[in-house]
Write a protein that binds this ligand. Structure first.
Ligand SMILES: [Zn+2]
Length: 260
């Protein structure tokens, strides 16, 4: 077997082990045609199966499949002998049914017993691809081939991985137990809205002189100016502001004294 294919098969079987619970020795259901092909092409079925599945293998054959070989007569004796060396899988079909149908019934819908299937029947292989987690083997021109994972297998694997990211069943149970105890979030009542307290003028207690703000001072100044203007027009003299005192320079005052 080529190195690259061996690596791919190893990886594929590791996926069947981690995602679908396969364990060695892998149980392989073999159909009657596979037995005949192995004999006619002188293929060591067990050895080749162990190399393709990369691990120890337990070969199995159903009652109906071995019955198919019995009824074909003496010429098929080597295939019967090979099949007899495999473990017999009870299928409980009272009357033998075709091997394909027997294997399909043993596999069920979920392959709960984790079988790999070695079959030369193309229709059976197509049917098996619909079941997630079935390693399918066939012989193509004396080369034993393990099929790549089917779409059903890949989808099931992805679903399992997605579930693994979320809480596990035990964690979910814990969450459910905890959730009802959590108190409902109480909405904090907001205080009635008023003007911004920083922009409101402070209330002045009665009997105290209000502290004038800068704005008020400006008002006073402008009021005074208006009054001065009124005085010029010949209004009340009492309201006239005091003349500003000018500071004289000492030198200037001395000069004035001398001249006096
Ligand atoms: Zn059967």
């Amino acid at each position: 077997m080529r190195q690259i294919r061996s690596k791919a098969y190893r990886k594929l079987m590791a996926m069947y082990c981690t995602s679908f619970g396969f364990r060695q020795p892998y149980q392989v259901l073999v159909d009657s045609e596979m037995c005949e092909t192995a004999v006619s092409q002188k293929i060591d079925l067990l050895a080749r199966m162990e190399s393709v599945l990369v691990g120890s293998v337990k070969m199995m054959i159903t009652q109906c499949c071995i019955h198919e070989l019995y009824i074909q007569g003496k010429s098929h004796q080597p295939a019967v002998d090979l099949a007899k060396s495999f473990e017999r899988r009870k299928c409980n079909h009272k009357e033998a049914i075709p091997g394909n149908e027997c294997i399909a019934s043993v596999m069920g819908e979920t392959n709960q017993h984790r079988y790999a299937v070695a079959t030369q029947s193309h229709p059976l292989r197509v049917n098996l691809r619909a079941i997630p987690g079935v390693p399918i083997v066939h012989i193509n021109r004396s080369v034993m081939v393990l099929e790549p994972a089917s779409d059903a297998t890949l989808q099931s694997k992805q679903r399992a991985e997605k579930d693994a990211l979320g809480p596990s069943t035990s964690e979910k149970a814990m969450l459910n137990a905890v959730t009802p105890q959590v108190e409902p979030v109480v909405k904090r009542k907001k205080a009635p809205k008023g003007p911004n307290p920083l922009s409101v003028k402070k209330k002045v207690p009665k009997g105290t002189v209000p502290v004038t703000t800068r704005v008020e001072k400006a008002d006073v100044r402008s009021k005074r100016k208006r009054e001065e203007a009124d005085d010029v027009d010949g209004a009340s003299v009492e309201a006239q502001p005091k003349p500003k005192r000018r500071r004289r320079h000492k030198a200037a005052s001395r000069l004035a004294e001398r001249s006096n």
